[in-house]
Design a binder for this molecule. Structure first.
Ligand SMILES: Cc1ncc(COP(=O)(O)O)c(C=O)c1O
Length: 388
């Protein structure tokens, strides 16, 4: 019996489904137990049984410099020595806010929270308060965290597990501008992942984001980009920089927290100043702007120069050339999905060869600076072997 098998058996009696986030159980991939991580290093993850995996999941996106990036670790350790939480304002929060405002084109003010779920939930509350409207538009297969309004017909684990959850909002197909036009009347906002990442990676069709901007302007709805995945990933300024379409509100997570629990939402100053204590829309958090998380976020975001994105783009093109022959390969910057007929079989084939792909076709594979040509070529070779 492996240590993972033992731990899983124990976890099943203590934690619902044995995991703290559903897709980790890897049930849809037909695995007997989750991967129990012991440590990570660059592009590699090692489990409690000593297996070493080339990791294309990277904790679902935050680790743009790979696991245990030394500078991030140093920044966190140094911050921890000064105190792990204060529950009062800190200099690092102001500095991280300034980095975000500098990087993300539409963001004039930002609030830091602890998870993407919280950030999305509050962005919706703010959009509703600012417009005085309740309905909103979102997209089938999108994912904005697990707050109630967003769950019906959501992507990510909700779709992978086939869960029929309740939710709110008028749900239309991604890239269907006519559908949005029919649904937008009286809506507070259109909530969208500008590059879909939770139905596998699906780029916006040409003109789609521009069309959303126009429809929002015509109807008085706010445009909310959920850039939890795309922020600092498809460009330093996220999808809004890459596609040159500016939303009213932006939701951030993952990379902005450098691998610690931190997320954010931001936008036009007049909207953001509706938040308490400046305004009347309430939002709060014991650990918001946590010093370890802001230290990690600052360490990462400050190193994200155009050279980093050039490097990731070059690596992405290498992946394109290698994987396109095997299925529909969709990639935007450092996020990608290979769509194949029997994804679980491909997943298991790769895992047996020490390559850890996202355990669902509804997720993305993430490139980091730690993934070199060797890792890319080994992955292409192993995918090729699967189809041989
Ligand atoms: C686009 C998007 N929004 C929101 C979230 C929720 O973020 P969190 O898991 O930090 O709550 C996710 C999580 O994967 C996401 O991909």
């Amino acid at each position: 019996m492996t240590t993972a098998t033992e731990l899983y058996a124990r976890a099943l009696g203590l934690i619902p489904g044995g995991v703290n986030s559903p897709v980790r159980a890897m049930k849809a991939m037909g695995l007997g137990a989750p991967i129990f991580a012991a440590r990570g290093d660059g592009a590699y993850l090692e489990d409690v049984d000593g297996h070493r995996y080339l990791d294309w999941v990277l904790s679902w996106g935050p680790l743009i410099f790979g696991h245990a990036d030394p500078e991030t670790v140093e920044a966190v350790v140094a911050a921890a020595r000064r105190g792990t939480t204060f529950g009062t304002a800190t200099e690092a929060e102001v500095e991280l806010a300034a980095e975000i405002v500098d990087a993300v084109p539409s963001v004039e003010m930002v609030r830091l929270v602890s998870s993407g779920t919280e950030a999305a939930m509050t962005a919706l509350r703010l959009a509703r308060a600012a417009t005085g409207r309740e309905p909103f538009v979102r997209f089938r297969g999108g994912y904005h965290g697990h707050a109630d309004p967003f769950l019906s017909e959501a992507g990510s684990g909700v779709r992978t597990l086939g869960i029929e959850a309740g939710g709110e909002g008028r749900v239309v197909d991604f890239n269907d501008l006519d559908g949005v036009e029919r649904a937008i009347d009286g809506a507070a906002c259109v909530f969208v992942e500008p590059v879909a990442g939770n139905m596998g990676v699906v780029p916006p069709a040409p003109g789609f984001l521009e069309g959303l901007r126009r429809l929002c302007d015509e109807s008085g709805a706010l445009l909310v980009f959920d850039e939890v995945i795309t922020g600092f990933r498809v460009a330093r300024g996220g999808a809004q920089e890459r596609y040159r379409v500016l939303p009213d509100l932006t939701v951030l997570g993952k990379i902005v927290g450098g691998g610690l629990p931190l997320a954010a939402f931001g936008g036009r100053a007049d909207l953001m100043e509706r938040l308490a204590p400046a305004g009347d829309v309430y939002q709060a958090g014991t650990l918001s702007g946590n010093p370890l998380a802001t230290a990690a976020g600052l360490s990462v975001v400050r190193r994200l120069t155009s050279d980093v994105y050039d490097e990731l783009e070059r690596k992405g093109e290498r992946l394109d050339r290698g994987l396109t022959p095997f299925g529909r390969f969709e990639r935007v910057g450092a996020m990608a999905t290979l769509f194949v007929d029997d994804y679980p079989a491909l997943f298991r084939h790769l895992l047996e060869r020490g390559i850890y792909l996202a355990p669902s076709q509804n997720e993305a594979m993430f490139l980091s600076t730690a993934h070199g040509d060797e890792e890319i070529d080994r992955t292409i070779q192993a995918v090729g072997d699967f189809f041989a």
